[in-house]
Design a protein around this ligand. Sequence first.
Ligand SMILES: Cc1cc2nc3c(=O)[nH]c(=O)nc-3n(C[C@H](O)[C@H](O)[C@H](O)COP(=O)(O)OP(=O)(O)OC[C@H]3O[C@@H](n4cnc5c(N)ncnc54)[C@H](O)[C@@H]3O)c2cc1C
Length: 380
Amino acid sequence: MGNRQKIVIVGGGVAALETAIGLHECKYVDVDVAMISPTADFNYRPFTVLEPFGIRHVAEMPIRSLVDGCDVELIVDKVSRVDQTFKRVMTSKGTLIDFDALVVTTGAETIEGLPGALTIGDKASLIKLRHMLGEIDAGLVRSVAFVATAGASWTLPIYECALLTAARARHQLQSAVRIHVITPEQCPLQIFGEAAGERVMALLQDAGIKLHTSTRAQSFDDGEVKTITGAKVPAARAVALPHLVGRRIPGLPHDANGFLPVDRLGHVGDTESIYAAGDITDFPVKQGSIAAQQADAIVSELAVRFGRAQESRPFRPQLHAVLLSEGSSTFIRASGDKGPHRGADVSDEPLWENAEKIFSRHLSQRMQRLRAAGTKLAAR
Ligand SMILES: Cc1cc2nc3c(=O)[nH]c(=O)nc-3n(C[C@H](O)[C@H](O)[C@H](O)COP(=O)(O)OP(=O)(O)OC[C@H]3O[C@@H](n4cnc5c(N)ncnc54)[C@H](O)[C@@H]3O)c2cc1C
Protein backbone atom coordinates (compact mmCIF):
# COMPACT_ATOMS: atom_id res chain seq x y z
CA MET A 1 0.00 0.00 0.00
CA GLY A 2 2.84 2.37 0.90
CA ASN A 3 4.10 2.48 -2.69
CA ARG A 4 0.83 3.49 -4.24
CA GLN A 5 0.96 6.79 -6.11
CA LYS A 6 -1.85 9.31 -6.24
CA ILE A 7 -2.82 11.48 -9.18
CA VAL A 8 -5.27 14.23 -8.32
CA ILE A 9 -7.19 15.95 -11.13
CA VAL A 10 -8.65 19.36 -10.26
CA GLY A 11 -11.76 20.13 -12.32
CA GLY A 12 -14.65 18.32 -13.98
CA GLY A 13 -14.56 19.69 -17.53
CA VAL A 14 -13.14 18.59 -20.87
CA ALA A 15 -9.47 18.41 -19.85
CA ALA A 16 -10.26 16.68 -16.53
CA LEU A 17 -12.37 13.97 -18.15
CA GLU A 18 -9.91 13.42 -20.99
CA THR A 19 -7.14 13.01 -18.38
CA ALA A 20 -9.15 10.60 -16.24
CA ILE A 21 -10.20 8.39 -19.14
CA GLY A 22 -6.71 8.55 -20.69
CA LEU A 23 -5.08 7.49 -17.41
CA HIS A 24 -7.42 4.52 -17.23
CA GLU A 25 -6.25 3.43 -20.70
CA CYS A 26 -2.72 3.21 -19.23
CA LYS A 27 -3.95 0.32 -17.05
CA TYR A 28 -2.15 1.31 -13.86
CA VAL A 29 -2.46 -1.11 -10.98
CA ASP A 30 -0.57 0.90 -8.37
CA VAL A 31 -1.88 4.40 -9.04
CA ASP A 32 -4.99 5.94 -7.49
CA VAL A 33 -6.80 8.68 -9.38
CA ALA A 34 -9.10 11.24 -7.76
CA MET A 35 -11.03 14.02 -9.47
CA ILE A 36 -12.12 17.07 -7.50
CA SER A 37 -15.01 18.89 -9.16
CA PRO A 38 -17.43 21.48 -7.69
CA THR A 39 -20.33 19.69 -9.41
CA ALA A 40 -21.14 16.06 -10.19
CA ASP A 41 -22.14 17.01 -13.74
CA PHE A 42 -20.08 17.82 -16.82
CA ASN A 43 -21.33 20.87 -18.73
CA TYR A 44 -20.89 20.67 -22.52
CA ARG A 45 -20.46 24.37 -23.32
CA PRO A 46 -21.02 24.44 -27.13
CA PHE A 47 -24.65 23.53 -26.52
CA THR A 48 -25.26 26.69 -24.48
CA VAL A 49 -25.55 28.58 -27.77
CA LEU A 50 -27.35 25.84 -29.69
CA GLU A 51 -30.09 25.02 -27.21
CA PRO A 52 -31.96 28.37 -27.55
CA PHE A 53 -32.28 27.58 -31.27
CA GLY A 54 -33.79 24.20 -30.42
CA ILE A 55 -30.91 22.38 -32.11
CA ARG A 56 -29.48 20.46 -29.18
CA HIS A 57 -30.13 20.17 -25.49
CA VAL A 58 -27.64 21.71 -23.12
CA ALA A 59 -25.88 18.53 -22.16
CA GLU A 60 -25.15 18.04 -18.53
CA MET A 61 -23.81 14.55 -18.25
CA PRO A 62 -23.08 12.90 -14.94
CA ILE A 63 -19.31 12.77 -14.48
CA ARG A 64 -19.68 9.36 -12.84
CA SER A 65 -21.23 7.95 -16.02
CA LEU A 66 -18.46 9.41 -18.16
CA VAL A 67 -15.70 7.88 -16.02
CA ASP A 68 -17.58 4.68 -15.27
CA GLY A 69 -15.13 1.79 -15.00
CA CYS A 70 -12.10 4.10 -14.90
CA ASP A 71 -11.37 3.64 -11.18
CA VAL A 72 -11.63 7.36 -10.52
CA GLU A 73 -12.75 8.66 -7.14
CA LEU A 74 -15.01 11.68 -7.72
CA ILE A 75 -14.83 14.21 -4.88
CA VAL A 76 -17.51 16.90 -5.20
CA ASP A 77 -15.68 19.90 -3.75
CA LYS A 78 -13.53 22.81 -4.84
CA VAL A 79 -9.79 23.21 -4.45
CA SER A 80 -9.01 26.38 -2.54
CA ARG A 81 -5.22 26.14 -2.13
CA VAL A 82 -2.26 24.11 -3.36
CA ASP A 83 0.66 23.38 -1.06
CA GLN A 84 3.62 22.58 -3.29
CA THR A 85 6.00 21.80 -0.43
CA PHE A 86 3.84 19.15 1.20
CA LYS A 87 2.25 18.10 -2.10
CA ARG A 88 -1.34 18.45 -1.03
CA VAL A 89 -4.41 20.47 -1.84
CA MET A 90 -6.93 21.99 0.50
CA THR A 91 -10.59 22.03 -0.50
CA SER A 92 -13.26 24.57 0.37
CA LYS A 93 -14.74 22.04 2.80
CA GLY A 94 -11.37 22.03 4.60
CA THR A 95 -10.21 18.57 3.48
CA LEU A 96 -6.51 18.01 2.82
CA ILE A 97 -5.73 15.69 -0.07
CA ASP A 98 -2.18 14.48 -0.80
CA PHE A 99 -0.90 14.00 -4.31
CA ASP A 100 2.14 12.64 -6.10
CA ALA A 101 1.05 14.37 -9.31
CA LEU A 102 -1.51 17.15 -9.61
CA VAL A 103 -3.32 17.95 -12.88
CA VAL A 104 -4.99 21.37 -12.80
CA THR A 105 -7.85 21.82 -15.29
CA THR A 106 -9.95 24.54 -13.71
CA GLY A 107 -10.75 26.37 -16.96
CA ALA A 108 -11.32 30.09 -17.39
CA GLU A 109 -13.84 32.43 -15.88
CA THR A 110 -16.09 34.17 -18.38
CA ILE A 111 -16.62 37.87 -17.80
CA GLU A 112 -18.55 40.50 -19.73
CA GLY A 113 -17.08 40.73 -23.23
CA LEU A 114 -18.63 44.03 -24.33
CA PRO A 115 -20.17 46.51 -21.87
CA GLY A 116 -23.94 46.62 -22.40
CA ALA A 117 -24.16 43.49 -24.57
CA LEU A 118 -25.46 40.00 -23.82
CA THR A 119 -22.40 37.83 -23.14
CA ILE A 120 -22.81 34.21 -24.26
CA GLY A 121 -21.24 31.08 -22.80
CA ASP A 122 -22.84 30.32 -19.45
CA LYS A 123 -26.20 29.01 -18.31
CA ALA A 124 -27.59 32.47 -17.51
CA SER A 125 -26.82 33.67 -21.03
CA LEU A 126 -28.79 30.78 -22.46
CA ILE A 127 -31.99 32.15 -20.94
CA LYS A 128 -31.22 35.68 -22.17
CA LEU A 129 -30.48 34.43 -25.67
CA ARG A 130 -33.74 32.49 -25.69
CA HIS A 131 -35.55 35.67 -24.62
CA MET A 132 -33.94 37.70 -27.40
CA LEU A 133 -34.97 35.11 -29.99
CA GLY A 134 -38.52 35.39 -28.64
CA GLU A 135 -38.37 39.15 -29.21
CA ILE A 136 -37.20 38.57 -32.77
CA ASP A 137 -39.99 36.03 -33.36
CA ALA A 138 -42.52 38.59 -32.10
CA GLY A 139 -41.13 41.22 -34.49
CA LEU A 140 -39.97 43.41 -31.58
CA VAL A 141 -36.29 43.31 -32.48
CA ARG A 142 -35.25 44.13 -36.04
CA SER A 143 -31.47 44.34 -35.80
CA VAL A 144 -28.79 42.46 -33.88
CA ALA A 145 -25.00 42.82 -33.75
CA PHE A 146 -22.93 39.73 -32.94
CA VAL A 147 -19.56 40.78 -31.60
CA ALA A 148 -16.26 38.93 -31.34
CA THR A 149 -14.36 40.76 -28.66
CA ALA A 150 -10.69 41.66 -28.86
CA GLY A 151 -8.53 38.86 -27.50
CA ALA A 152 -11.14 36.13 -28.09
CA SER A 153 -9.30 33.23 -29.70
CA TRP A 154 -12.31 30.97 -30.35
CA THR A 155 -14.73 33.09 -32.37
CA LEU A 156 -16.79 30.29 -33.91
CA PRO A 157 -19.81 30.61 -31.54
CA ILE A 158 -20.43 34.19 -32.68
CA TYR A 159 -20.64 33.20 -36.37
CA GLU A 160 -22.81 30.22 -35.50
CA CYS A 161 -25.19 32.40 -33.47
CA ALA A 162 -25.44 35.00 -36.25
CA LEU A 163 -26.14 32.37 -38.93
CA LEU A 164 -28.71 30.55 -36.82
CA THR A 165 -30.44 33.81 -35.86
CA ALA A 166 -30.65 34.89 -39.51
CA ALA A 167 -32.14 31.52 -40.49
CA ARG A 168 -34.65 31.65 -37.68
CA ALA A 169 -35.72 35.20 -38.47
CA ARG A 170 -36.20 34.27 -42.11
CA HIS A 171 -38.51 31.43 -41.16
CA GLN A 172 -40.45 33.28 -38.50
CA LEU A 173 -40.89 36.69 -40.12
CA GLN A 174 -42.01 38.13 -43.41
CA SER A 175 -39.35 40.83 -43.37
CA ALA A 176 -35.69 40.19 -42.62
CA VAL A 177 -33.84 41.13 -39.47
CA ARG A 178 -30.66 43.16 -40.05
CA ILE A 179 -27.75 41.18 -38.66
CA HIS A 180 -24.17 42.37 -38.26
CA VAL A 181 -21.06 40.47 -37.26
CA ILE A 182 -18.31 42.67 -35.85
CA THR A 183 -14.88 41.13 -35.39
CA PRO A 184 -11.29 42.31 -34.88
CA GLU A 185 -10.23 39.41 -37.14
CA GLN A 186 -9.10 40.13 -40.71
CA CYS A 187 -11.37 37.32 -41.91
CA PRO A 188 -13.87 35.05 -40.13
CA LEU A 189 -12.25 32.25 -38.11
CA GLN A 190 -8.87 33.79 -38.85
CA ILE A 191 -7.16 31.18 -36.72
CA PHE A 192 -7.95 28.60 -39.42
CA GLY A 193 -6.62 30.68 -42.31
CA GLU A 194 -8.03 31.76 -45.64
CA ALA A 195 -9.99 28.73 -46.87
CA ALA A 196 -12.12 28.60 -43.73
CA GLY A 197 -12.55 32.37 -43.80
CA GLU A 198 -13.83 32.29 -47.36
CA ARG A 199 -16.32 29.54 -46.56
CA VAL A 200 -17.71 31.44 -43.60
CA MET A 201 -17.86 34.68 -45.60
CA ALA A 202 -19.92 32.88 -48.26
CA LEU A 203 -22.29 31.53 -45.59
CA LEU A 204 -22.69 35.01 -44.09
CA GLN A 205 -23.29 36.56 -47.49
CA ASP A 206 -25.94 33.96 -48.41
CA ALA A 207 -27.67 34.68 -45.12
CA GLY A 208 -27.62 38.44 -45.79
CA ILE A 209 -25.40 39.14 -42.78
CA LYS A 210 -23.23 42.25 -42.85
CA LEU A 211 -19.64 41.48 -41.84
CA HIS A 212 -17.35 44.11 -40.29
CA THR A 213 -13.80 42.72 -40.14
CA SER A 214 -10.75 44.37 -38.49
CA THR A 215 -13.21 46.24 -36.26
CA ARG A 216 -12.91 46.45 -32.50
CA ALA A 217 -16.13 47.08 -30.63
CA GLN A 218 -15.87 49.17 -27.48
CA SER A 219 -19.38 49.30 -26.03
CA PHE A 220 -23.06 48.81 -26.74
CA ASP A 221 -25.43 51.53 -25.70
CA ASP A 222 -28.52 53.31 -26.93
CA GLY A 223 -29.07 51.11 -29.98
CA GLU A 224 -25.49 51.35 -31.24
CA VAL A 225 -22.29 49.37 -31.05
CA LYS A 226 -19.48 51.86 -30.77
CA THR A 227 -16.07 50.90 -32.11
CA ILE A 228 -12.68 52.14 -30.92
CA THR A 229 -12.37 54.33 -34.02
CA GLY A 230 -15.62 56.08 -33.12
CA ALA A 231 -17.66 54.36 -35.85
CA LYS A 232 -21.18 53.24 -34.89
CA VAL A 233 -23.14 50.17 -35.97
CA PRO A 234 -26.88 50.51 -35.31
CA ALA A 235 -28.41 47.47 -33.60
CA ALA A 236 -31.34 46.97 -31.25
CA ARG A 237 -29.48 44.15 -29.46
CA ALA A 238 -25.84 43.11 -29.19
CA VAL A 239 -24.51 39.65 -28.36
CA ALA A 240 -20.80 39.24 -27.52
CA LEU A 241 -18.24 36.58 -26.77
CA PRO A 242 -16.98 36.53 -23.19
CA HIS A 243 -13.63 37.80 -22.06
CA LEU A 244 -11.70 34.97 -20.40
CA VAL A 245 -9.50 35.16 -17.32
CA GLY A 246 -7.79 32.30 -15.51
CA ARG A 247 -9.29 30.95 -12.29
CA ARG A 248 -6.68 31.61 -9.63
CA ILE A 249 -5.85 29.11 -6.93
CA PRO A 250 -3.43 30.30 -4.23
CA GLY A 251 -0.18 28.32 -4.29
CA LEU A 252 0.04 28.13 -8.10
CA PRO A 253 2.21 30.40 -10.31
CA HIS A 254 -0.54 32.19 -12.27
CA ASP A 255 0.46 34.89 -14.75
CA ALA A 256 -1.02 38.42 -14.72
CA ASN A 257 -4.24 37.17 -16.38
CA GLY A 258 -4.62 34.23 -14.05
CA PHE A 259 -3.34 31.62 -16.50
CA LEU A 260 -0.74 28.95 -15.72
CA PRO A 261 2.46 28.84 -17.81
CA VAL A 262 2.95 25.33 -19.23
CA ASP A 263 5.34 23.54 -21.54
CA ARG A 264 4.28 21.03 -24.20
CA LEU A 265 4.05 18.21 -21.66
CA GLY A 266 1.87 20.27 -19.35
CA HIS A 267 4.47 20.97 -16.62
CA VAL A 268 3.48 24.15 -14.79
CA GLY A 269 6.34 26.67 -14.57
CA ASP A 270 9.20 25.33 -12.44
CA THR A 271 7.00 23.05 -10.35
CA GLU A 272 7.92 19.40 -10.13
CA SER A 273 4.72 17.46 -9.97
CA ILE A 274 2.10 19.92 -11.11
CA TYR A 275 0.61 19.84 -14.59
CA ALA A 276 -2.13 21.89 -16.24
CA ALA A 277 -4.32 21.52 -19.31
CA GLY A 278 -7.11 23.46 -20.99
CA ASP A 279 -8.39 27.00 -20.70
CA ILE A 280 -6.47 27.59 -17.44
CA THR A 281 -3.13 27.36 -19.28
CA ASP A 282 -1.38 30.24 -21.00
CA PHE A 283 -1.81 28.59 -24.43
CA PRO A 284 -3.51 31.39 -26.38
CA VAL A 285 -6.28 29.34 -27.98
CA LYS A 286 -9.03 28.54 -25.48
CA GLN A 287 -10.84 25.66 -27.12
CA GLY A 288 -12.12 22.26 -26.04
CA SER A 289 -10.18 20.17 -28.57
CA ILE A 290 -6.99 21.94 -27.53
CA ALA A 291 -7.81 21.26 -23.86
CA ALA A 292 -8.20 17.55 -24.66
CA GLN A 293 -4.93 17.40 -26.61
CA GLN A 294 -3.06 19.05 -23.74
CA ALA A 295 -4.58 16.48 -21.39
CA ASP A 296 -3.44 13.65 -23.69
CA ALA A 297 0.14 15.00 -23.56
CA ILE A 298 0.02 15.01 -19.74
CA VAL A 299 -1.31 11.45 -19.68
CA SER A 300 1.60 10.37 -21.89
CA GLU A 301 4.10 12.15 -19.61
CA LEU A 302 2.59 10.53 -16.51
CA ALA A 303 2.78 7.13 -18.23
CA VAL A 304 6.55 7.64 -18.58
CA ARG A 305 6.85 8.89 -15.02
CA PHE A 306 4.96 5.93 -13.59
CA GLY A 307 6.77 3.39 -15.76
CA ARG A 308 4.04 2.56 -18.29
CA ALA A 309 5.71 4.02 -21.38
CA GLN A 310 9.16 4.88 -22.72
CA GLU A 311 8.37 8.14 -24.46
CA SER A 312 5.95 10.95 -23.87
CA ARG A 313 3.99 12.64 -26.65
CA PRO A 314 4.23 16.44 -26.41
CA PHE A 315 1.21 18.57 -27.28
CA ARG A 316 1.10 19.48 -30.99
CA PRO A 317 -1.96 21.65 -31.50
CA GLN A 318 -4.55 20.61 -34.05
CA LEU A 319 -7.71 22.63 -34.43
CA HIS A 320 -11.09 21.10 -35.14
CA ALA A 321 -14.33 22.99 -35.66
CA VAL A 322 -17.90 22.13 -36.53
CA LEU A 323 -19.93 25.17 -37.60
CA LEU A 324 -23.68 24.68 -37.76
CA SER A 325 -25.74 26.82 -40.09
CA GLU A 326 -29.16 26.43 -41.65
CA GLY A 327 -29.52 22.74 -42.54
CA SER A 328 -25.80 22.11 -42.86
CA SER A 329 -22.57 21.63 -40.95
CA THR A 330 -19.12 22.77 -41.98
CA PHE A 331 -16.17 20.74 -40.70
CA ILE A 332 -12.83 22.50 -40.45
CA ARG A 333 -9.50 21.07 -39.44
CA ALA A 334 -6.10 22.70 -39.30
CA SER A 335 -3.52 19.99 -38.90
CA GLY A 336 -0.23 20.42 -37.08
CA ASP A 337 1.86 20.01 -40.24
CA LYS A 338 0.03 22.80 -42.07
CA GLY A 339 -0.21 25.00 -39.00
CA PRO A 340 -3.37 26.92 -38.14
CA HIS A 341 -2.31 30.06 -40.00
CA ARG A 342 -1.32 28.35 -43.23
CA GLY A 343 -4.63 26.84 -44.22
CA ALA A 344 -7.18 24.30 -43.17
CA ASP A 345 -9.23 21.47 -44.62
CA VAL A 346 -12.84 22.58 -45.03
CA SER A 347 -15.65 20.16 -45.87
CA ASP A 348 -19.38 19.53 -45.64
CA GLU A 349 -18.56 15.97 -44.55
CA PRO A 350 -16.97 15.00 -41.22
CA LEU A 351 -13.17 15.11 -41.52
CA TRP A 352 -12.51 13.05 -38.41
CA GLU A 353 -14.07 10.22 -36.46
CA ASN A 354 -16.53 10.98 -33.66
CA ALA A 355 -17.15 14.44 -35.11
CA GLU A 356 -18.33 16.05 -31.89
CA LYS A 357 -18.26 19.84 -31.50
CA ILE A 358 -15.43 19.29 -29.04
CA PHE A 359 -13.12 16.73 -30.60
CA SER A 360 -11.17 14.54 -28.20
CA ARG A 361 -9.47 11.17 -28.35
CA HIS A 362 -11.17 9.59 -25.35
CA LEU A 363 -14.04 11.81 -24.20
CA SER A 364 -15.80 11.99 -27.60
CA GLN A 365 -15.97 8.20 -27.73
CA ARG A 366 -17.35 7.95 -24.22
CA MET A 367 -19.97 10.62 -24.91
CA GLN A 368 -21.12 8.85 -28.04
CA ARG A 369 -21.28 5.53 -26.24
CA LEU A 370 -23.36 7.05 -23.46
CA ARG A 371 -25.74 8.65 -25.93
CA ALA A 372 -26.08 5.37 -27.81
CA ALA A 373 -26.87 3.66 -24.50
CA GLY A 374 -29.57 6.27 -23.89
CA THR A 375 -27.95 7.99 -20.89
CA LYS A 376 -30.09 10.95 -20.06
CA LEU A 377 -28.96 14.38 -21.19
CA ALA A 378 -30.63 16.90 -18.96
CA ALA A 379 -31.89 20.10 -20.53
CA ARG A 380 -31.48 22.83 -17.96
C1 LIG B 1 -20.30 29.43 -26.15
C2 LIG B 1 -19.10 28.54 -26.26
C3 LIG B 1 -19.03 27.62 -27.30
C4 LIG B 1 -17.91 26.82 -27.44
N1 LIG B 1 -17.85 25.93 -28.49
C5 LIG B 1 -16.77 25.13 -28.63
C6 LIG B 1 -16.70 24.21 -29.71
O1 LIG B 1 -17.59 24.14 -30.55
N2 LIG B 1 -15.60 23.41 -29.79
C7 LIG B 1 -14.58 23.48 -28.88
O2 LIG B 1 -13.61 22.71 -29.00
N3 LIG B 1 -14.63 24.34 -27.85
C8 LIG B 1 -15.70 25.17 -27.70
N4 LIG B 1 -15.75 26.04 -26.66
C9 LIG B 1 -14.63 26.13 -25.73
C10 LIG B 1 -14.67 24.98 -24.72
O3 LIG B 1 -15.94 24.89 -24.11
C11 LIG B 1 -13.60 25.21 -23.66
O4 LIG B 1 -12.37 25.49 -24.29
C12 LIG B 1 -13.43 23.95 -22.82
O5 LIG B 1 -14.59 23.70 -22.08
C13 LIG B 1 -12.21 24.07 -21.89
O6 LIG B 1 -12.10 22.90 -21.13
P1 LIG B 1 -11.42 22.93 -19.69
O7 LIG B 1 -11.47 21.54 -19.20
O8 LIG B 1 -10.13 23.62 -19.75
O9 LIG B 1 -12.36 23.87 -18.83
P2 LIG B 1 -13.89 23.70 -18.46
O10 LIG B 1 -14.57 22.80 -19.42
O11 LIG B 1 -14.38 25.07 -18.28
O12 LIG B 1 -13.86 22.96 -17.06
C14 LIG B 1 -13.31 23.56 -15.91
C15 LIG B 1 -13.73 22.71 -14.74
O13 LIG B 1 -13.03 23.10 -13.57
C16 LIG B 1 -13.95 23.22 -12.50
N5 LIG B 1 -13.38 24.11 -11.47
C17 LIG B 1 -13.27 25.46 -11.50
N6 LIG B 1 -12.65 25.89 -10.38
C18 LIG B 1 -12.36 24.79 -9.65
C19 LIG B 1 -11.70 24.59 -8.39
N7 LIG B 1 -11.23 25.60 -7.66
N8 LIG B 1 -11.59 23.32 -7.93
C20 LIG B 1 -12.05 22.26 -8.66
N9 LIG B 1 -12.66 22.42 -9.86
C21 LIG B 1 -12.80 23.65 -10.34
C22 LIG B 1 -15.21 23.72 -13.18
O14 LIG B 1 -16.35 23.52 -12.36
C23 LIG B 1 -15.22 22.84 -14.41
O15 LIG B 1 -15.73 21.55 -14.12
C24 LIG B 1 -16.86 26.89 -26.51
C25 LIG B 1 -16.95 27.80 -25.44
C26 LIG B 1 -18.05 28.63 -25.32
C27 LIG B 1 -18.10 29.61 -24.19
